[in-house]
Design a protein around this ligand. Structure first.
Ligand code: FPP
Length: 240
């Protein structure tokens, strides 16, 4: 891919968009797009792990996705069960650790059970963290952190003027990913160029990579292209 193995982004986050359009193009039901999307997750997870990425965060279900028709919401809620049933052995073989960020409320019990089982089975793995954002929304996450800090101020455990970015970070879901909470490279498939409420705080200084490929067509080669593009960027964090 390149000669700069040292400049691999620690945290890559992906908005896996275009499953529905992929299915439509093939004249198949939308759920076939999500089904193929799981294969793309498998391919990209293996490639990211091989390249030395530390955290791969995938936007699997947003707090806004509840607005979809009930049958599709139901199908999307079942995906973690099917995904982990199929892929945990391969994740184990590759030393990949599963993590989840998002709100537990409204997620069916059977889905939560499958998620915690996969997390438990892989908890001793020391390689890449495969982090699913499930029932996740960036604004709701910041509201959650704000509420927690207000509680501390009310209890006189903290003074409002002493609040720092670190205090906010402590109350974000991504605190569990320390020291890789911030996203280095954000990828979005399917030609859309928006953030869609994904890791709003954590993407403050990330590099963006967009591709027209629909998510089920995403592969190791395009992942490498995104890494290569990242390696050509100069990150200045506001300095000169
Ligand atoms: C966007 O396509 C993709 C999603 C809504 C997420 C799909 C989730 C997976 C593929 C796997 C989840 C797996 C686990 C383990 C949580 P879209 O339906 O928005 O596509 P469209 O924009 O073309 O309609």
């Amino acid at each position: 891919m390149n000669n700069q193995k040292e400049n691999i982004p620690n945290h890559v986050a992906i908005i896996m968009d275009g499953n529905g359009r992929w299915a439509q193009k093939q004249e198949k039901p939308r759920k076939m797009g999500h089904e193929e999307g799981m294969e793309a997750i498998r391919r990209v997870t293996m490639q990211a792990s091989k390249r030395g990425v530390k955290v791969l965060t995938l936007y699997a279900f947003s707090t806004e996705n509840w607005k979809r028709p009930p049958q599709e919401v139901h199908f999307l809620m079942q995906l973690p069960i099917r995904f982990f049933d199929r892929f945990v052995p391969e994740l184990q073989k590759n030393n990949v650790k599963v993590n989840m960020i998002g709100f537990e409320e409204k997620v069916p019990k059977s889905t939560k059970k499958a998620i915690s089982k996969a997390m438990d089975q892989t908890k001793n793995n020391t390689g890449m963290t495969l982090n699913f954002a499930f029932n996740y929304g960036g604004r709701a996450e910041i509201v959650k952190a704000t509420q927690a800090l207000c509680e501390k101020v009310l209890k006189n455990e903290l003074t409002s003027t002493d609040i720092t970015p670190e205090h906010i970070e402590e109350h974000l879901f991504t605190h569990s990913l320390t020291p890789y909470q911030d996203v280095d490279l954000l990828i979005r498939s399917s030609g859309e160029k928006r953030l869609s409420n994904f890791l709003l705080w954590q993407n403050a200084y990330s590099e963006f990579y967009f591709t027209d490929l629909l998510w089920p067509d995403f592969n190791a080669k395009i992942f490498d292209e995104a890494l290569f593009e990242y390696q050509k960027r100069q990150r200045r964090y506001g300095a000169l």
